[in-house]
Design a protein. Sequence first.
Length: 305
Amino acid sequence: MNTIKNIQDQILKLKKEHDICILAHAYQSQDIWEIADFVGDSYGLSQQAAKSHQKTVLLCGVRFMAETVKILSPEKKVLLSHPQAGCPMAQQISPAKLAALKETYPGYTVAAYINTTSELKTLCDVCVTSSSAVKIIRNLENQNILFIPDCNLGAWIARQVPEKNLQLVTGGCPAHASVHKTDVEQMRCLYPDAKLLVHPECLPEVTDQADYVGSTTGIMEYAKNSSAKSFIIGTENSIVQHLQFSCPDRQFYALSKDCVCSNMKLTTLMDVYHCVQGTGGEEIVLSDDVMTKARRCIDTMLTLG
């Protein structure tokens, strides 16, 4: 009977033999973290993939992330660990709907959250991540900005950059949007000394009460560097466990038991095993035209941020 350690050892052996770089998004499980070459947020992983020497990249996460890896490393073979692992937010706005929005708001700069499909990025002016969004929006010349697709992240940005006119579209992350003010009140009551760290994809009624608002990586770094001893974590619940492993001398609590990404949970350690064995996953294939056009808004992000 195989054990987790046994499968992990086989994966480490096979990825070396087959020249594969394994990327794990922060929302993946601990057993997958332990066999990954890099762990982090979606865009950070794509940057690491571009720097890696391996010819094949295996992304343990969701489809739009694997597409971003392919856009930044078009010469590499890119695999998605589970073909059904998508992102509901990335699917909320179609290219046709965005084209209509651009007609409704002529002259607006279109800023897309990185959590969008490669096809949608071809129609956008600039891309942003949760960690870079405020700086990039502030650096845009245009005062009028159409921000897609997460209205919660957009509302948080708008509060940080009041000099800009952000037009928001209804949409966002279902997992983060499931957290409410009542969850904050309940957890504050249970753990009054704990710092509240939340992701900007959460509702304004949640981010308004936080001690820190930032990306997943930002939340983890804040917790690791803080002198506080207890934290309430307002992002995907896997981060609670990861922080418990990283900082065993501190206490971490999930803000809501419902903040779970079912798509991230699709990938298992055995899925990774089958991928490095050559019998699983899906290769990401994008046309040269899509990769070229989608790359422009990412390059603009790098220029501005």
